[in-house]
Unconditional design. Structure first.
Lengths: 439, 252
């Protein structure tokens, strides 16, 4: 009988609950009752004269100082001998990533602003200013009659649309790190001229390469961005005397809730130095009269269930690298990669991306079951030589100002392959982010 | 006999649906048109500062301040984050069917979806664009009701297309003045997802702007977002506001 009553009470409770909503906790009589005051009120101030758009372009408080601070400490164990793993053969390491970004923003009136950004990074030693302080941006924005807009100085350039790889990004000094694709890139000293034409944009970049001593060394890069339907296209070119000319096309669009992007780049010649087998040794060659093509396509997608128990972000990208080696040349580079790298005769960028086909992807399950845990799986692979890395991570953000992350990067491939020059390996890394913030 | 009772019941229910609100479906749809017209600034620009306070039982209180610019005549808007520091400079630019998200860290514009939640709040991008209720929904039922001291029409709407954020809406609209006081938003499986309350309006140039909006998450108990709107302006905005260049320039 007691059980019967309990079941009945539960059923009654369920029926009552089913008819109520969380919004019922808000008293609509307080909101819409007689004591709630007038439903319609007059707005304060003169709504015809306030111009909020120009307020954002000026700074009443003078120069604005801001920035960000981060401190990460990471301990890692790495095992290179996966066939006979043991604690004795593991390498342990500890690293500190401590730094701050400081910026100033000055807007004496609504037609001009000056922005500077400097990065100060640990270790704070070294004989020169640039060993400790690194200026990543220093530029001014100004315009002619709100029709032609200029950005002059050193600044990041928004050029490609790729996420993990962006071969169309011909202008920035630094390249996208697939493991940290959202990181700010460092741009060159340049003058950007932008003319908006309705929804479309025309750009011209005049770029001063580092160490420039003659006007003839200036590079020119025009670009047009235009929208057709719900897709945006970009067409651009790059020209600098004594360097390979390049043309590029970009597209971003959407298929339902999936964001799509793609890039294609054609160059006449290559700035890379190639390695060619020469008997028992090798020779370094350049190529100025071959047309090289690079193309990439990818997607980004987010999904969450109604209760946010399953909140997923997925992204993936394929890269065709026309500058990559193939067939016997690929085998030769693989067999001799350590020797070539150690020779000092080629730069790091010459011996990077030696394959023709690449892939990258990331899957993250954010705040699993509404908890403070996030799981992610990152993958980067050279599909030509079969090497790559996978990095599962579990992070916890339940403490204020303290984030903890455990990751298990696994590099797979043969000795000499791009991502496993020393052979495959697995690591365990525990990272603490302490007190990082923007200000 | 049973069949006759069934028919009678159906007829009574149908009569109730159509007559209880003393409105035909056509008149109800005309009210939706009035509602759209009263909320849209099709002939002038609109700008304001929105303060969004989200209460989450797990994560506490989160405050976001956003500068809003709208040009409803061209279905265009720009939303710029002013606070907190971690989001400052981020922005959403919508022009026609294109919505870009600007990330000041990478200085990149990315296409994004209108159905996404706005800045992690309970508001959606579609809450800030031109109102197209009459165009996007059919009125299924309408009835009379009371909400607090207000006599209201209670309308049940079903989406005409899959582009809308919610396939079914239930609206409480004042009989006098046709102002939206409350909305319930349902998923495709008819699950109540969100309740929205609009207790305060400002009248600007014969248009009505909800100056206080409360969005209650019906899936996570205790989670809600209150939006307050201030610094309302209908001054014509320069065309350059709705450009990528402007978004880049205001970023600090």
């Amino acid at each position: 009988m007691k059980l019967y009553k309990t079941v009945l009470l539960c059923l009654a409770g369920t029926v009552l609950w089913a008819g109520s909503t969380f919004a019922d906790s808000i008293n609509t009589n307080d909101l819409f009752g007689s004591s709630s005051g007038a439903l319609v009120e007059e707005p304060s101030g003169n709504t015809d004269k306030t111009d909020l758009s120009s307020d954002l372009l000026t700074s009443k408080a003078g120069v604005t100082i801001g920035g960000a601070y981060h401190f990460k400490a990471a301990a890692a164990l790495k095992e290179n001998d996966l066939e006979n793993p043991s604690f004795d053969s593991m390498d342990d390491s500890f690293s500190i990533d401590l730094g701050t970004t400081l910026s100033f923003d000055a807007r004496p009136d609504d037609t001009i602003r000056v922005l500077g950004k400097v990065v100060i990074a640990y270790p704070f030693t070294g004989g020169t200013f640039s060993d400790v302080f690194h200026v990543t941006e220093l530029f001014s924005d100004f315009n002619i009659d709100d029709k032609v807009f200029f950005r002059a100085g050193k600044s990041t350039i928004n050029w490609g649309v790729g996420y993990f790889f962006s071969p169309a990004d011909l202008l920035n000094v630094s390249k996208i790190d697939p493991e940290d694709p959202d990181a700010e890139l460092e741009g060159p000293v340049s003058v950007k001229i932008n003319v908006p034409v309705g929804i479309n944009n025309l750009y011209l970049y005049v770029i001063a390469p580092e160490g420039i001593i003659s006007a003839s060394e200036l590079a020119l890069a025009p670009k047009a961005e235009f929208v057709i339907g719900d897709s945006e296209f970009g067409l651009g070119a790059y020209y600098q005397k004594d360097h390979v000319p390049a043309g590029m096309v970009t597209v971003t669009s959407a298929l339902g809730d999936v964001s799509l992007f793609g890039e294609g780049v054609v160059t006449y010649g290559s700035d890379k130095t190639f390695v060619k087998q020469d008997g028992m040794s090798y020779a370094l060659v350049t190529d100025d009269d071959t047309v090289f093509f690079k193309g990439t396509a990818g997607f980004r997608y987010s999904w969450s269930d109604d209760l946010s128990n399953f909140s997923f972000n997925v992204s993936g990208q394929y890269l065709f690298n026309g500058e990559g080696y193939e067939n016997n040349d690929q085998d030769f580079v693989t067999a001799n990669r350590l020797i070539i790298m150690g020779s000092g005769l080629v730069s790091a960028s010459d011996i990077a991306q030696t394959g023709r086909h690449y892939g990258a992807g990331n899957f993250s399950w954010n705040e699993m079951f509404q908890s403070d845990f996030t799981f992610s799986m990152f993958w980067l692979g050279n599909l030509s030589d079969g090497s790559g890395m996978m990095k599962p991570s579990l992070s916890y953000t339940g403490f204020d100002d303290i984030d903890i992350s455990l990751s298990l990067p696994y590099s797979y491939g043969d000795i000499g392959d791009e991502y496993t020059p020393m052979g495959d390996s697995v690591s365990a890394s525990l990272t603490f982010s302490l007190g990082g913030t923007a200000f | 006999m049973k069949k006759k009772i069934g028919l009678l019941t159906a007829a009574l229910l149908l009569t109730g649906v159509l007559s209880a609100g003393a409105l035909t479906t056509a008149k109800a749809e005309a009210i939706l048109g009035d509602l759209d017209a009263s909320r849209n600034f099709s002939n002038t620009d609109f700008s304001a500062v929105m303060t969004m306070v989200t209460e989450d039982p797990e994560k506490g209180i989160d405050k976001i301040k956003v500068q809003q610019f709208r040009r409803d005549g061209k279905d265009t808007f720009l939303m710029l984050f002013l606070e907190p520091e971690s989001k400052k400079g981020q922005g959403y630019l919508r022009i026609n069917d294109n919505l870009w998200f600007y990330d000041p860290e990478s200085r990149k514009f990315n296409h994004t979806s209108m159905k996404d939640s706005f800045g992690g709040t309970d508001a959606k991008h579609s809450d800030f664009r031109i109102s197209t209720l009459k165009e996007d929904y059919n009125v299924k039922t309408v009835a009379d009701g009371k909400l607090g001291r207000f006599s209201v029409y209670i309308m049940d709407l079903k989406a005409k297309n899959s582009e809308v954020t919610y396939p079914r809406l239930k609206l409480w609209i004042t009989r006098e003045g046709h102002l939206l006081l409350k909305a319930e938003d349902y998923s495709a499986t008819d699950r109540l997802m969100r309740t929205s309350l609009f207790p305060k309006y400002a009248k600007v140039k014969n248009r009505y702007i909800a100056t206080i909006m409360i969005f209650v998450d019906e899936l996570v108990k205790g989670r809600k977002t209150q939006i307050s709107i201030a610094n309302i302006s209908t001054k014509k905005l320069p065309d350059t506001i709705f450009t990528k260049s402007y978004v880049e320039r205001v970023n600090r």
